[in-house]
Write a protein that binds this ligand. Structure first.
Ligand code: HEC
Ligand code: HEC
Length: 385
């Protein structure tokens, strides 16, 4: 666990959420006057002390914090004062490490601009590799050791000996029950448990509502009277959760694409149509050889899909572009069980730079009726009781 916002949130969300609600109301009011969808809240509208990382939506801002944490293996409260874990507004306080990090952002931008034509070749991770202080001497242990490949790598080389992507994707659909049975499931509801940093790793009830081809809502019953809701309505996506910097956070960029993909993969029959280019490589996960099928669409980062020997999808890795580099999300699927003749994953673990969550389902109800409101923009999160 990288940070304990839940703890902070329980004690202080009242003030923070009230302030955020006010901001959201103001932003929403402006947009409503103009007769448009409210634009996503920008970092500088919500945060107090962001002279360097601004001009980007709040969700992307939080991902830049994820990049900082991941690149240096730091917790939020290593760079921010300890009190920020119990009060959002204290994230604005100055610290030496924040000042150093700002200087680094400017340095990295300069390096990329003056040496790499502004392309993002250098990020915090290039030097830091998970350390506060980058290493300066080459390591003989690394040089002469067994190379450690990362199966999540997105820069993959196509394996000329591997079967074509279409064949692997067809095998997947066959392995889960065949195109006909897969197409016959057009909606489902599911129940189970969820645990993560936001629940202090205690299992809490979760409900999922999904409708083909691409709508999906996940409701985590965080604690009494407080739900964390994540919805992709077929177009737009939001997280309504009182432990976020705003009570209704619009998802943008790679987070929006990720929410769309999660919804589309709930009904995987048309997986082949989701990307215009595919390539196939081979890698190893848990000592077993698996096939990586990488899908790409023009102008977007690629997505890796991992299939085991039986043809089942066991992992998806995708990235979100932030102003300081791409940050990955990994979703590992397991415990496939049959629902109306279709094998569906009853467990998945989602890992990203800010934390890890585990969802375990106990039941899936295929072709269930779902009220339209369940798959539409959620109400902003309420403050805890
Ligand atoms: C390597 C240091 C570093 C780490 C680690 C880090 N931050 Fe930050 N954070 C910063 C800097 C620098 C800023 C100010 C950005 C600017 O100047 O534009 C900032 C700003 C913020 C703000 C805006 C506060 C305000 O109102 O001005 C929030 C919220 C925040 N960080 C949350 C987090 C969270 C949550 C984490 C953990 C996931 C985290 N940070 C990890 C360096 C860090
Ligand atoms: C070109 C290499 C390089 C890149 C890229 C880089 N750093 Fe650094 N960073 C360093 C070096 C070297 C130090 C140590 C300087 C020292 O010890 O005085 C350092 C120190 C830091 C420190 C202070 C650590 C401490 O313990 O005092 C922070 C915070 C930091 N970097 C954050 C970042 C962030 C955030 C990024 C991405 C925006 C980044 N760095 C990108 C080389 C780099």
């Amino acid at each position: 666990m990288r940070f304990g916002l839940r703890r902070h949130f329980r004690r202080t969300a009242q003030a923070a959420v009230a302030a955020c609600l006010l901001i959201a109301a103001l932003a929403g009011g402006r947009a409503a006057q103009a007769g448009q969808e409210p634009r996503p809240q920008m970092a500088e509208d919500v945060f107090k002390n962001v002279p360097v990382i601004r001009g980007i939506p709040v969700d992307e801002f939080m991902d830049t914090m994820g990049m900082f944490s991941a690149a240096l293996s730091l917790n939020c409260t290593d760079c921010h004062v300890g009190e920020s874990s119990t009060a959002w507004e204290r994230f604005a306080d100055e610290t030496d490490l924040k000042i150093a990090a700002r200087r680094m952002v400017t340095m990295v931008n300069n390096i990329n601009r003056t040496n790499f034509g502004g392309e993002e070749f250098i990020t915090c991770y290039t030097c830091h590799r998970g350390d506060r202080r980058p290493q300066v001497r080459p390591s003989l242990t690394v040089q002469y050791g067994v190379p450690m490949g990362d199966p999540n790598e997105l820069d993959i080389f196509a394996d000329p000996a591997a079967p074509p992507a279409a064949q692997i994707l067809d095998k997947y659909i066959a392995a889960i029950g065949g195109a006909q049975r897969v197409a016959a499931i057009t909606s489902f509801t599911a129940k189970g448990t969820y645990e993560g940093y936001d629940t202090d790793h205690t299992p809490v009830p979760v409900e999922i509502f999904a409708r083909a081809p691409n709508q999906r809502t996940t409701v985590v019953h965080l604690f009494e009277g407080n739900d964390s809701v994540r919805t992709f309505d077929g177009n737009a996506a939001w997280i309504a959760s009182a432990d976020r910097p705003v009570p209704l956070m619009a998802l943008t960029g790679g987070n929006l694409d990720g929410a769309r993909l999660d919804a589309q993969l709930s009904f995987p029959g048309r997986i082949k149509e989701l990307f215009s280019q595919w390539k196939v490589a081979t890698t190893v996960i848990d000592d077993s050889e698996v096939q990586v099928v990488q899908g790409a669409n023009p102008g977007k980062p690629p997505v890796n899909f991992y299939f085991d020997a039986s043809g089942l999808l066991i992992r998806v890795v995708r990235v979100t572009q932030t102003s300081v580099g791409q940050v990955p999300t990994e979703i590992s699927y397991s415990d496939y069980r049959e629902v109306a003749g279709v094998k569906m994953p009853f467990q998945w673990v989602t890992t990203w730079t800010n934390g890890q969550t585990t969802t375990k389902l106990t039941e899936i109800q295929p072709n269930a009726a779902i009220p339209a409101a369940r798959l539409a923009r959620p109400a902003p999160a309420r403050r805890p009781q």
